[in-house]
Design a protein. Structure first.
Length: 448
């Protein structure tokens, strides 16, 4: 009986179905003590996507590799391995079969790329298999598999993380279709300012090395270049605020400068997010030319996709749910959200909270949601990070023009929201609140 597997990436943008027939793989080949991509957690369950990939690779090993005597992942390359014969057999299996069998070959080989230590310089060998996958992958199986694995990047074992980044670098070098989705997804995992989890700095360094090596690939797609520049700028401002001037700050500045030189005319067409991000960065030579040209974006609206990029997918889903909550539920749900996502961020909390404020402001504003208790709670958390920290400046930034942003600030200050309709009423509300002179000066500058 056919075993059908259906799943999609974290955003649901690439849904797909893979069928594992008994001729390709068999469920009984999964053993409970098998090593896997992810660190075992108490009460954790097996990962369905990893198990599916393992099934497909087991089928390839039985039908092809064992039969021709090729042992992938051996400590030392065997110069007599029949890789050429194995590659021919794999191509014939995929080319002569159904779409599902073609996907099965690709999926199984992707599992081997992420799970085994390849002798990369062996010829024929790793790059020949990669070329085969590139040829056969008409349905973006490789990209989808990496998106699925990357959604649990923090749970991955260090060796598997390295293999994922290495494979992404090879895909970028070969201009693999839709590989940029994996890059931008991993940028969301590497949330600006979050160095709290083991491996976070290694991921940041790995992504920066890839960006420097494959800048032309990034710059070729305007959306990827813009999201990458925005992510880089937010990391720069986070490390500057955290007073971390050593690596990787110089690399981030280098990447931002290179993208600005290569793609500024394309990425700066619309959206206030680059103006916001640049305004949060301290002066430095690498950014000066962009800062001098970004003023035209100050009064444009934020782009939803750009602000999504600054949140992890699970944060985005939870905030969307929070915005649907009743006022009586908001305080408890917000407290849970902040504890879950901010308790370990330390000095990077203020930077990410600012991005949260902007995202919620855009979504709530477009839906015309009255959320006075939510904005008061967020304002109180923001002010605790500093009178003119990035989170409070995010509140002020959205007041730069009339609209929901000014009502939002009025709610935050304890008003009815109607004060935001008239600048003088909003200023009187701010003057009546218990604010520091410095913060009040900034409010006057933004509202008037």
């Amino acid at each position: 009986e056919n075993h059908v597997l259906k799943f999609s990436d974290a955003r649901g943008t690439l849904p797909w179905t893979v069928m594992a027939t008994p001729a390709i793989a068999a469920p009984m080949e999964i053993c409970e003590d098998d090593t896997g991509w992810y660190v075992t957690r108490p009460l954790g369950t097996r990962d369905a996507i990893e198990d599916a990939a393992k099934l497909h690779f087991a089928g390839l090993r039985r039908k092809v590799f064992d039969r021709v005597g090729v042992h992938l992942g051996a400590p030392h390359a065997d110069p007599n391995s029949a890789h050429g014969e194995a590659i021919t057999e794999l191509f014939a299996l995929a080319d002569g079969g159904s779409k599902e069998e073609q996907q099965s070959v690709v999926f199984g080989l992707v599992y081997s790329f992420l799970s085994l230590d390849w002798a990369r310089e062996e010829v024929p060998g790793y790059f020949d298999y990669l070329c085969l996958v590139r040829t056969l992958d008409e349905h973006n199986v490789t990209t989808r598999a990496l998106l699925a694995a990357g959604s649990r990047y923090q749970d991955m074992k260090p060796a598997d993380r390295q293999r994922l980044l290495r494979l992404l670098g090879d895909m970028a070098a070969s201009r693999w279709p839709k590989a940029e989705l994996v890059l931008t997804h991993l940028q969301r995992v590497s949330s600006p300012g979050d160095l709290s989890w083991e491996g976070s700095q290694d991921l940041l360094q790995g992504l920066l090395a890839l960006l420097v090596a494959q800048l032309s690939w990034v710059a070729a797609d305007t959306q990827t270049a813009k999201l990458t520049l925005l992510w880089t700028l937010r990391w720069i401002s986070a490390l500057q605020q955290m007073q971390l001037s050593a690596e990787p700050l110089p690399e981030l500045l280098k990447v931002a400068g290179l993208i600005g030189q290569a793609s500024w005319a394309q990425v700066s067409q619309d959206g206030a997010e680059l103006d916001w991000a640049l305004s949060m960065c301290s002066p430095c030579p690498e950014l000066e030319s962009m800062k001098s040209e970004v003023s035209t974006l100050a009064h444009s609206r934020f782009q939803q996709k750009s602000l999504d990029h600054l949140l992890r997918p699970e944060e985005q889903e939870q905030l969307a749910f929070l915005l649907k909550a009743k006022p009586s539920q908001e305080e408890r749900m917000l407290g849970w959200f902040l504890k879950r996502h901010f308790s370990c961020r330390g000095s990077g909390l203020d930077v990410h909270l600012a991005d949260i404020v902007l995202w919620v402001a855009l979504v709530a504003g477009e839906a015309k949601l009255d959320k006075p208790s939510l904005w008061r709670a967020l304002w109180q958390v923001a002010v605790k990070q500093g009178d003119i920290g990035q989170a409070t400046r995010a509140f002020l930034y959205v007041t730069r023009k009339a609209g929901y942003g000014r009502s939002m600030l009025a709610w935050a200050l304890g008003g009815s929201g109607k004060e935001g309709h008239h600048p003088q009423d909003l200023l009187r509300l701010a003057e009546a609140a218990t604010l520091s002179p410095n913060l009040l000066t900034h409010i006057r500058a933004h509202v008037q």
